[in-house]
Write a protein that binds this ligand. Structure first.
Ligand SMILES: [Zn+2]
Length: 541
């Protein structure tokens, strides 16, 4: 009888206990066990088990947990997935390379997408993207539309054949009517949910200071960023800094967030100081680097003309201009010939000493962004998904290996891993989240409740493998990647037919926020009215 009573008495105690543990997630979708969980925002750095359920990080715990799928992360680091805000290859094969480099959210916030087609761009990804996807409203595509009359501007791989073939996109000067048309196109992209405006200003000797200011003002009306390949880049220690100062001065005057794209160029130390000091004063401005001494662009860039590249900047083509297809450097004659025959050919461009790279990796508050290039143009199905990595058309190695290389450089130079992870995930999420972007307020952090974009790192072996000669070899030492709680990279293989990617996008708005600019409105705001110089009458009694 006593035994029976005890059993009853104990039961009510046991049932709630069981209920609590079931709720705590004995049934997770995925568990990542025994890894070193690192979160730059909270400073959390400890061995723990991670339980993922319904796309979220449901538990970070010392308790034993189990799930439908289990990853043994013993000896490995568990990080928030990497967010790359500068990735020009938004296509399945480009995304596959990004995943191998630990990136769960690659986005093009430098070229972007032609404003009126932003909605179409997001639709193109729906249900068939392995990664999260986002884009900006493209200033370059709008310039080519207004000044060259092109009709098919889209995203970087989708408009390459048309956008850079005219003269106007780079050299054209907008009049008031053209300027308002351009702003209208950018506004349409913002209305459709683009993350901000983006400008390849450094390619356009024709762009006026007023044009850039108005583009930043427009983004600011939505509270969103303007990301800029600044004027004069690539340039000197003076011109590079002046290029950044233009954008930062506008950003401060307008209260409009701004991004200095790839400032890993001469004068980077001063650009860094400007950014750090402005952030300390409450301005949402930041910069990005990629860990390479050479850049990559199309051969018809205006700054590659001999009067700039050779005469002003003091380079020789033989030392600096490489054909990624052959690995050979070009003479001036070969440069001129190629420019005439194939003006949008992608080339590699040496511009900085290799010894600078570890310094960029260690910059406070910087973000790592690949500037990954699409080596071929075309639509969604431009290349078969299962093309062997070594058979892909060659691209700048930053495309495949920015994060792997930064991790290796950090290891070799004793740069704290927590800092590097912040530059990969937390800072981009924080800066973008601070523009009001919900999708980034709940990413970039290894915390309970956050979206389960997760990259698992082997800190002792992770390394880049891509080289200038063979730029599409994937990073190794990043064995698992989860996107929205779904395993996409398993045992260092990208799984086929898994599409958990979600849009990174602002809600679509009904109304445009652009109003045509007029000289009259400007005068009314910034000049005193002409009410009479000689109004002495008012002095008489
Ligand atoms: Zn650029």
């Amino acid at each position: 009888m006593l035994k029976k009573l005890l059993r009853f008495a104990v039961l009510p105690l046991i049932i709630p206990a069981l209920a609590v543990s079931a709720d705590q997630g004995r049934q997770f979708d995925v568990v990542i066990l025994g890894g070193r969980v690192m979160d730059p925002e909270s400073g959390h750095d400890a061995i723990a088990n991670v339980g993922v359920r319904d796309g979220r990080i449901a538990a970070i715990t010392q308790e034993d947990i189990t799930g439908a799928e289990e990853i043994d992360a013993t000896g490995l680091v568990v990080s928030a997935g990497f967010i790359d805000t500068h990735f020009h290859w938004p296509r399945p094969v480009g995304y596959k390379l990004a995943l191998r480099d630990g990136v769960t959210t690659p986005m093009d916030l430098e070229f972007g997408t032609h404003g009126p087609r932003v909605g179409e761009w997001y639709d193109m990804h729906k249900g068939r993207s392995q990664v999260n996807y986002g884009t900006s409203s493209s200033h370059e595509a709008a310039r080519a539309t207004v000044l060259d009359g092109i009709t098919d501007g889209f995203d970087a791989p989708g408009s390459g054949p048309s956008v850079r073939h005219g003269h106007g996109w780079a050299h054209g000067v907008l009049d008031a009517e053209g300027g308002n048309r351009l702003l209208g196109m950018l506004d349409e992209g913002l209305r459709q949910g683009a993350l901000g405006n983006s400008s390849t200003l450094g390619y356009w000797p024709g762009a006026l200071a007023r044009e850039m200011f108005e583009v930043q003002r427009l983004a600011g009306k939505y509270g969103r960023l303007t990301a800029v390949h600044t004027r004069y880049t690539p340039g000197t220690q003076v011109t590079e800094v002046n290029g950044a100062q233009e954008i930062l001065a506008n950003a401060i005057a307008l209260g409009s967030p701004a991004v200095i794209n790839h400032f890993n160029n001469p004068g980077w130390d001063l650009v860094q100081e400007l950014l750090v000091r402005l952030r300390a004063q409450g301005h949402n401005v930041w910069g990005e680097y990629y860990p390479y001494a050479a850049g990559s662009t199309t051969i018809n860039a205006a700054f590659l003309r001999p009067e700039v590249w050779v005469d002003k900047l003091g380079h020789r083509y033989e030392d600096t201009l490489q054909d990624p297809a052959t690995g050979k450097f070009m003479t001036r004659e070969q440069y001129e010939k190629t420019l005439a025959a194939d003006p949008t050919k992608v080339i590699i461009l040496y511009k900085m000493p290799v010894s600078e790279i570890p310094k960029w990796v260690a910059l406070e508050g910087v973000i790592a962004a690949s500037d990954g290039m699409a080596p071929v143009y075309g639509g969604w199905d431009q290349l078969p998904w299962d093309t062997a990595y070594e058979d892909l058309p060659n691209a700048h190695p930053r495309t495949a290996a920015t994060h792997g290389k930064s991790l290796r450089i950090a290891r070799e130079n004793d740069i704290p891993l927590m800092h590097v992870l912040a530059t990969f995930s937390y800072y981009p999420a924080k800066y973008l989240g601070d523009t009001g972007l919900k999708a980034m307020q709940e990413r970039g952090r290894m915390q309970e409740g956050m979206v389960a974009d997760i990259t698992v790192i082997d800190p002792l072996t992770v390394t880049d493998n891509a080289t200038y000669e063979q730029g599409t070899l994937p990073t190794t030492g990043l064995p698992y990647v989860l996107v929205n709680g779904v395993i996409v990279v398993k045992d260092s293989r990208v799984l086929p037919d898994v599409y958990p990617g979600q849009p990174i996008r602002f809600p679509v708005e009904k109304e445009s926020r652009h109003e045509d600019l007029t000289a009259e409105a400007w005068r009314a705001e910034y000049m005193v009215p002409a009410t009479g110089f000689h109004s002495l009458d008012s002095l008489s009694p």
